[in-house]
Design a protein around this ligand. Structure first.
Ligand SMILES: [Zn+2]
Ligand SMILES: [Zn+2]
Length: 141
């Protein structure tokens, strides 16, 4: 995983930006999260770490990190925007159809599928889209 915070710090400094305390905490929160986060989620997690930031600040930081290509938007929920660290390992998502919870999932079966598609079509495969939907453990009860 290329999630070394020092590399990110260098990257920001190289483009003339600073890694403020809030920015650093927000990035670390996103890097260590096992699921994409909404603006509300980020606010709640920063609060737990003792960092009080208002929504406007988080929006501004997210906007900045998107422009730096350190974050990417995850389009899974039509009513809410989710974001995740852009330089993590490749993975997919599963969404609960009942409560809307979203989590990261990874599967090696996809590499196999990509090889099969390549061999079957002679295409150079550049991208794919896949997501799972179901009922989370809490909603199954
Ligand atoms: Zn659920
Ligand atoms: Zn994810």
């Amino acid at each position: 995983m290329s999630t070394n915070p020092e590399i990110i710090e260098q990257r920001l400094k190289a483009s003339g930006h600073r890694l403020t305390k809030t920015r650093k905490a927000l990035l670390n929160t996103l890097i260590s999260s096992a699921r994409p986060l909404s603006i509300e989620d980020m606010g709640a997690q920063l609060k737990v770490q003792g960092i009080a930031v208002n929504k406007t600040t988080i929006y501004r930081e997210v906007d900045f990190l998107l422009k730096q290509k350190l974050l990417e938007e995850v389009r899974l929920d039509p009513e809410r925007r989710y974001y995740e660290f852009a330089l993590g390992t490749h993975h997919h998502h599963i969404r609960c159809l009942s409560c809307g919870a979203i989590e990261d999932v990874s599967s090696t079966a996809l590499e196999q599928a990509t090889k099969q598609v390549k061999a079957g079509t002679m295409y150079q495969v550049i991208d794919h889209m896949m997501e799972f939907a179901g009922l989370c453990p809490a909603c199954q009860r």
